[in-house]
Write a protein that binds this ligand. Structure first.
Ligand code: SAH
Length: 292
């Protein structure tokens, strides 16, 4: 019997191991978020068991995620089944700084480095729910930051795009996504990240059915309004530093092509929000430019 030399044996073994992986990857259609099942949320123990068995996630984190889930349900930060599922499936701890992992499920925004923050889970889910994302929606996020908001969106749509102005933060988050995709988290394959000034949106990829802006500005950027598809929804914090109104903006286009923009306060005047500023590439913040 022919026994290949050791080096050849190793190469053959590597070839045998690598080929099926490469083929499967190439044949993989984009993961359809609608196909992902709802985790068992009947009790904390059932949830932790379900997620640990299916996704090998950390039990302590899962227990904290479940506690936050209950708080978000009580607060009506999400009401539809699809957004509940998106929250339960998204490991927020993967997107925080290492030192903040134990705080991942607190009712709080967290420092993510570079002078910016990740919003609290209640606000992320409030904004996500206001968008009512459909599986086939093309979604644009302005302000990728840690990538957590985009990850939640990736459980709802298979076409998520996100723009971040701080280049090293964009690079770091791209690395986080790559690691998660390599570990088998299929929905994250459907997130496209770009470094740039989100004031101008992402024209080549538009129009977008849903746009979510996670940095504060005193007007709605006209390029974003332009890239919003007819009947599209944009959620954006509009107002002065430290005190914005979370707006849900809808764009209606009638048969004659007349565009009507309507605005609604997501919190109905009950509370204002505070986001990090919408900055310009050359420094400073965007203000007062638009006519909306
Ligand atoms: N959605 C993020 C929240 C990040 S905070 C998350 O889930 O973690 C807001 C982000 O908006 C910051 O990362 C900030 O750098 C970014 N940002 C500010 N101005 C921007 C601009 N003009 N274009 C793109 N991103 C911008």
């Amino acid at each position: 019997m022919f026994t290949p030399p050791k080096l050849l044996r190793i190469s053959l073994l590597l070839l045998a191991l690598s080929t099926p992986v490469a083929v499967t990857h190439a044949q993989n259609a984009p993961a359809d978020p609608a196909n992902q099942s709802m985790p068992d949320d009947s009790s904390k123990a059932a949830f932790v068991e379900y997620m640990h068995t299916n996704f090998r996630q950390d039990r302590k984190m899962l227990a904290w995620r479940y506690d936050r889930y209950q708080a978000l349900l009580n607060n009506k930060d999400m009401t539809r089944e699809k957004e509940k599922k998106a929250f339960l499936l998204t490991a927020r701890e993967e997107f925080t700084l290492e030192r903040n992992k134990p705080r991942a499920y607190e009712h709080a925004f967290l420092d993510i480095g570079y002078g910016v923050t990740i919003s609290g889970p209640h606000l992320v889910m409030r904004m996500t729910s206001a968008l009512d994302v459909q599986p086939t929606d093309k979604v644009l996020e302005i302000g990728t930051g840690s990538g957590y908001q985009a990850a939640v969106l990736a459980q709802l749509s298979n076409q998520v795009h996100s723009v971040e102005i701080i280049e090293p933060l964009h690079e770091r988050t791209k690395g986080v996504y790559q690691k998660l995709v390599d570990a088998g988290n299929a929905p994250y394959q459907n997130v496209s990240l770009k470094a740039g000034d989100g004031y101008y949106g992402w024209e080549e990829k538009g129009p977008f059915d849903k746009i979510i802006v996670t940095c504060a500005i005193d007007h709605i950027p006209p390029p974003l309004l332009k890239q919003l598809a007819p009947n599209g929804i944009m959620v954006i914090p509009v107002g002065p530093p430290g005190k914005q109104t979370l707006l849900k903006v809808t764009k209606q286009v009638d048969a004659e092509g007349k565009v009507t923009i309507s605005r609604q306060d997501v919190y109905n005047g009950r509370l204002s929000v505070s986001f990090v500023p919408f900055t310009k590439a050359e420094g400073g913040t965007w203000s007062g430019k638009g006519n909306h």
